[in-house]
Design a protein around this ligand. Sequence first.
Ligand SMILES: NC(=O)c1ccc[n+]([C@@H]2O[C@H](COP(=O)([O-])OP(=O)(O)OC[C@H]3O[C@@H](n4cnc5c(N)ncnc54)[C@H](O)[C@@H]3O)[C@@H](O)[C@H]2O)c1
Ligand SMILES: O=C(O)C(=O)C[C@@H](O)[C@H](O)[C@H](O)COP(=O)(O)O
Ligand SMILES: [Zn+2]
Length: 361
Amino acid sequence: MRLVKLDLDHAPYDILIARDLLTQVQHILPLLPQKRVAIVTNETVAPLYLPQLQVALEANGVQVQAIVLPDGEKYKTWETLNLIFDGLLGARAERKTTLIALGGGVIGDMTGFAAAVYQRGVPFIQIPTTLLAQVDSSVGGKTAINHPLGKNMIGSFYQPKLVLADLSTLDTLPPREFSAGLAEIIKYGLIDDLAFFEWLEANIDVLMARDTDALAHAVEHSCQNKARIVAADEKEHGQRALLNLGHTFGHAIEAGLGYGAWLHGEAVAAGMVLAALASKELGQISATDLERITALIAKAGLPTVSPALGAERYLDLMAQDKKVDAGKIKFILMRRLGESYIGELTVPVIQAALTAGCAAA
Ligand SMILES: NC(=O)c1ccc[n+]([C@@H]2O[C@H](COP(=O)([O-])OP(=O)(O)OC[C@H]3O[C@@H](n4cnc5c(N)ncnc54)[C@H](O)[C@@H]3O)[C@@H](O)[C@H]2O)c1
Ligand SMILES: O=C(O)C(=O)C[C@@H](O)[C@H](O)[C@H](O)COP(=O)(O)O
Ligand SMILES: [Zn+2]
């Protein structure tokens, strides 16, 4: 088993990574303040993984309530969040009841938000079952729901007590969802880890074949990078915003097309290409660097061309970004391959990147 620690002063926690972790409830039991949990999952994941977890917990005397939500980014809403509260209140869940998020990033983000506000805060545990959730969303405590006007606009920072990343759950993940997870993995290389980017270039084929060792390394290394950045800036006062590479454009794509049309990872992938194009426009990365970034993203089965929403619509959607400060949109840009920074772009540079990076209208 691989162990990554998130060293937050007020709430350190472990990220455990291995195959067949789901039923190893000995990692969960000592963290429960009361032998009672509510597992929040969805209609796709429940038949695959809920019974094993539930049986293992109940065999250890834990009272288990399951809350099964509809599946999809379009359900990451206030209404669905309320279904969690309906379930918890209906079963008289208490302050010491632990919420367990069993699923991808949508379930993790919504369960974390529910845990942050139910009775003003109850413990929660992340059991991520998508690659994207294992390498990114289950770690770091960002929780949220979407608003029609903007992605993840309503939420809180609220840390889990534990992350259990069972690599065997990835066996059932559809290829498109697997690729979506690779987008966030590639992101870590581009933020500040050229060696990891180069490792990904060399290993993308074995990763796509879901080789166990390569996958375990990619998940562990991604979690180490994310844990390092989050530990230094939990509430995103500064450098944590680097984890938003590709997201300023990407969130505009998700909201602009309607949540769920493109997967989050797909939008981030195309958004990273737009960020690279803007960085090249500024003379900071070369045509060869741009080609390497685009080639890796394409080999990971991800889109490199963004949808033609029109520059005005992109600008309008990006004006809602959470990084906007005094009306100015902040972007994560590339100083060179494997080194990113938080900066601003002029409208002509944004337009040039969109012209080069979007499909013809
Ligand atoms: N909090 C954060 O730091 C953070 C980071 C990155 C992304 N996110 C959020 O995460 C969400 C995207 O997460 P995602 O990519 O996991 O999408 P998702 O949660 O929608 O899961 C993708 C699909 O895979 C299914 N699924 C889950 N596990 C499965 C399995 N093991 N086998 C088969 N199917 C399975 C789901 O039911 C869903 O249909 C977005 O809402 C994004 O904003 C949050
Ligand atoms: O953890 C972070 O910080 C991230 O930015 C990770 C992103 O991959 C994730 O999609 C996050 O939800 C985006 O953050 P947001 O604050 O722009 O919603
Ligand atoms: Zn993301």
